[in-house]
Ligand binder design. Sequence first.
Ligand SMILES: Nc1ncnc2c1ncn2[C@@H]1O[C@H](COP(=O)(O)OP(=O)(O)OP(=O)(O)O)[C@@H](O)[C@H]1O
Ligand SMILES: [Mg+2]
Length: 363
Amino acid sequence: MRQILGESLPIKNLISMIHKVSGNKTNILVIGDSGTGKELVARMIHESGPMKGKAFIPVNCGAIPETLIESEMFGHKKGSFTGAISDKIGLFEAGSGGTLFLDEVGELPLSMQVKMLRALQEKTIRRVGANEDIKVDVRIIAATNRDLEAGVKAGTFREDLYYRLNVILIKTPSLRERHGDVEILANAFLKKFAERQKKELDGFSDEVLEIFRTHHWPGNVRELENTVERAVTLETGRIINVGVLPPAVVVNYDGGARSKLESLSINVGQQKLAAISPGPPGQGSSKEIRLPLPDFKDGPMNLDEVLAEVEKQYLKHALSFTGGVKKKAADLLGMTFRSIRYRLGKLGMEVVEVDQDDTKPSS
Ligand SMILES: Nc1ncnc2c1ncn2[C@@H]1O[C@H](COP(=O)(O)OP(=O)(O)OP(=O)(O)O)[C@@H](O)[C@H]1O
Ligand SMILES: [Mg+2]
């Protein structure tokens, strides 16, 4: 099994929590940003406890069409609906004795939440179209990167189910909360991908390590892992250098060799909105944005990718400033409400919806 790597305090706390809870069958809710290891934590809880060797069944609650979800979870009798050509057991039965990992649990439709609550409370399920209940003995670990409490307030997530799942809450720390671990993880991924690709690599250049330490890693460990895999694939020397990093990772870096690059500033309207200039990161005025110019000696880059990343970070920043209120974030960014909504959709950014005007459930 894959290990949870890291030596930072948040990771040590996480591992000790996993050991505390793995011995019994209490329901657990794992929350954390995308790519922080929620599924890995769930697997480790499963593997470290009495369910080891039994089924671990991951279910992405957001990926099953609403019309099929009940039959997926609980099974069905032959002929109970069009397409039910034979009896079928559901995931609760398949996972009996083991762990059911309900990923993206915040995406469960309300109708299913009621049935799920019943299954958890009574420890019985009923196949679609059947008349009798079946006992099930399965541990539930649920995960979400959404704010379920906000979902409860907004009426999209049942409060009773929330408390049922949330007997024990485990939060996976984001990578930027544990910068000391970045190098440990990067080295482990380097070793893994170098072996897999049969490449001889000695490590990362100092500049790359500096970028890894200062990048904010919105995609967390998954982003780091993908970054290292890409770098191992593209690197032709023995040391991973900055040229094989994706632009989105390099975009905020303005130190090292890059600070010697030509500077550029952009004036928009009356305000100096962007200054792309040499110097260490984070020292510009609040109206200044420091971006390194690409060093084309490192190879081609993708401007659209960079601009999309900049757009994403600005949207995220504005939304976190306004507590998720899109209308106010749109005002801060000088755009209309329609425009911010369009951009968030286009960039696939999930937002916990708190705006009065567009999020009241219609029913
Ligand atoms: N502490 C860690 N040590 C080693 N690998 C990790 C760690 N945390 C995450 N990973 C790896 O990062 C990747 C993403 O982890 P995982 O799929 O568990 O994240 P997630 O929180 O479920 O993300 P999402 O919300 O996007 O589904 C996986 O390949 C996982 O093995
Ligand atoms: Mg996941």
